[in-house]
Design a protein around this ligand. Structure first.
Ligand SMILES: O=C(O)CCC(=O)C(=O)O
Length: 309
């Protein structure tokens, strides 16, 4: 029997504990002013009971990205933990790890010299899909002695910081998302520089997907900005010369320092973030050293704006 066969085919995702929860089974310590929390008292390699999972889901909703330290996970154990939060979300363009179709490796080899890396522009994972993933779980197997941090930007805060006039205007807008600047064939030569990853670009990346610029989070009911520099290519209904400054403003505004959460990785850390309300980006500032992470991805729903509530 292979390890994959020891897992149930379908695990029913566990709902979040109510917002009033007093954490009983896990420790939750806030990490930075803009969000993030470090979770303790959990061994992710073990089968977790529903109460622990519902508390973790609550912590993700409350803090947007949560961190676990000192874990020892096999790819199968990472998959099993991810599935407690929802079904696997297929990862387009990136070849999964051999024998682990639900896991991708995010790797930068020591000899790579390019100034950018996988995920080094601000983005929300696969926002070009009709139903972008809710969660991404990144586990650090091997980390460089310096650098290689990941940053997240809190999009609830980004929206809340805007004027009423700007919020009202944005609520009516549609963002056009596409993978064209990441995964269209013109980008193949760039991906070929990533020695430890196999990315296959295709014309599929030219597809465009509309999503509300202001998203109402499906579980918290709170509004957040939902545009990102990597995948939002246009705003519906605007002339080019009108939308460019607005997009540039939104990209700069939404990722300003005050909204960010930054994590310095140690081997054995796992970060779990909610793509519905944060953007993230990876630093590629550790040339000469290897960084090896494994990632699993949890399915999400079609983003909705306030009008559809
Ligand atoms: O490597 C990282 O820190 C983040 C990679 C990334 O952007 C992603 O997995 O979507």
């Amino acid at each position: 029997m292979t390890p994959m066969q020891t897992m149930p085919e379908e695990l029913v995702p566990v709902a979040a504990a109510p917002p009033t929860v007093t954490y009983r089974r896990i420790g939750v310590e806030r990490w930075s002013g803009a969000g993030g929390a470090v979770i303790s008292n959990v061994d992710l390699s073990q089968e977790l009971d529903d109460e622990v999972v519902s508390e973790i889901r609550r912590a993700v909703l409350d803090h947007h990205v949560v961190f676990f330290r000192g874990q020892h996970l096999t790819p199968d154990q990472q998959v099993r933990f991810s599935r407690r939060f929802g079904p696997y979300s297929p990862v387009p363009f990136v070849e999964p790890v051999a024998d682990h179709p639900e896991v991708i490796a995010v790797v930068r080899e020591a000899e790579e010299r390019q100034r950018f890396g996988f995920g080094s522009l601000w983005h929300s994972d696969f926002s070009f899909l009709p139903e972008p993933p809710f969660g991404s779980l990144l586990y650090a197997v091997e980390v460089p002695p310096f650098g290689g941090d990941t940053l997240w930007a809190n999009q609830y805060h980004a929206f809340a910081a805007l004027s009423d006039a700007m919020q009202s205007m944005l609520r009516g807008l549609v963002g056009v998302h596409s993978a064209r600047d990441g995964y269209a064939p013109k980008m193949q030569a760039v991906h070929d520089l990533f020695k430890g990853m196999k990315v296959t670009t295709s014309d599929e990346a030219l597809r465009e997907q509309a999503h509300p610029v202001v998203r109402t989070h499906g579980e918290t009911g709170r509004e957040c900005l939902y545009v990102n520099q990597q995948y939002t290519i246009a705003l519906g209904g605007f002339h080019q010369h009108e939308q460019r400054p607005l997009l540039d403003f939104l990209f700069a505004h939404s990722t300003q320092d005050a909204f960010t959460i930054r994590w310095r990785w140690s081997a054995g850390d796992l970060a779990f973030w909610d793509n519905r309300c944060v953007q993230h980006m990876a630093m590629a500032d550790f040339t000469g050293h290897r960084r090896f992470m494994t990632r699993t991805t949890v399915a999400g729903e079609a983003p909705r704006g306030r009008a559809a509530d």
